[in-house]
Design a protein around this ligand. Sequence first.
Ligand code: ADP
Ligand code: MG
Length: 398
Amino acid sequence: MGVNVNTSTTTHVETHKETHKPGGAPARYAKGRYARGWSRAHRWTAALPRLTFWFMLAAVVVAVAGCNRPGGAPGVSVRTSFALGTLVQIRAYGSKAREAVSDAFDRIEAVEALMSANVATSDVAAVNREAGGLPTRVADDTLYVVKKARRYGDLSRGRFDMAIGPLVRLWGIGTNHARVPSPEEVAAARSLVDHRDVEIDETRGTVRLRRAGMALDLGAIAKGFAADRAAEALLQQGVKSAFIDLGGNILVLGSKPDGSPWRVGIQNPWKERGATFAVVPVRDMAVVSSGTYERFFEQAGTRYHHIIDPDTGYPAETGIVSATVLARRAVDADALSTTVFLLGPSNGMRLVTQLPGVQAVIVTQDRQVMASPGLRGVIEVSKGWTIRFYGASDAQES
Ligand code: ADP
Ligand code: MG
């Protein structure tokens, strides 16, 4: 069919190299987790080629980590595993770092069990099965995420739509059955997508989809929420410094152990994974990107990516290649990176600058970089890149 499925998702790299330094931060890996992660190759969209890629990458990571001192110095723990259909890495510092990281992975798995559309026993699957029928009682966490999704749906006038399920299924992007649907199929699926038809009853703790055939999809927000829950687990074990990477959804806790800020790289959309064009030094911050390069397939020379405009039913064309959002909580940064992508450069920046404590970096198809004013003097861009700040007439060059 001439279809290629791209396998990359991670958008951020942490630029310091501590993990792989011989004798540096020791790593700990739970064997068997790979097998478990592998057998749960369902995720939001059963992305087999992607998982194969991650599986191979994980093998490389383990090999590198194997060079580190076994046992290692007390107080640091690094672990890499599959969860939420992506490669998750957590590095934590503290006297109970091992327990903390273990708890953090448990929390992430709990979020997956509740919010993956592809886990038959999840809240999302239960709500979807009852579409057009009865309200479904869901966990407090699910209710919280659905309420957040409703908020970003409202803020974007429906561009961000948690009821995007029928269109996500139809396109199958990121799965091995991705294809370009017919206009009739698109129209039929599109008519079932409207977040205002998601009924939330806060007192009863229920969610209901008004019409049969509707389907929730929390793929644009659940990873962020999982990162927040992981951070909570780390804090409860006394961890004050940590780096959480959920397939490119970055959340840092505190600063680096030496007191300097964590440095989060922003992926160059045209280069191989890990090649960045900018770095943001941050403390206690989430940094999340959404982009066309993350998950897509190509057919007849056209690229179809995984962020769908609910108005057209087709992958959103807003001139943006990647949208990165910084916010205190990863749930907000995750939802907002997708929202900004869907809104386009001007409307996206307008929204971001209205939200306290939120910053954004947008890269457009014509290689322009725009950042919110709060990043002036903070963001570091690589040589050859020029950055403009929203609302300003001047530009900053590296
Ligand atoms: P990633 O999952 O690659 O990190 P995003 O956070 O941007 O990327 O989320 C993209 C996912 O969000 C899609 O795979 C799909 O599950 C879901 N999605 C697609 N279009 C929309 C939309 N208009 N509103 C809300 N969620 C969407
Ligand atoms: Mg998102």
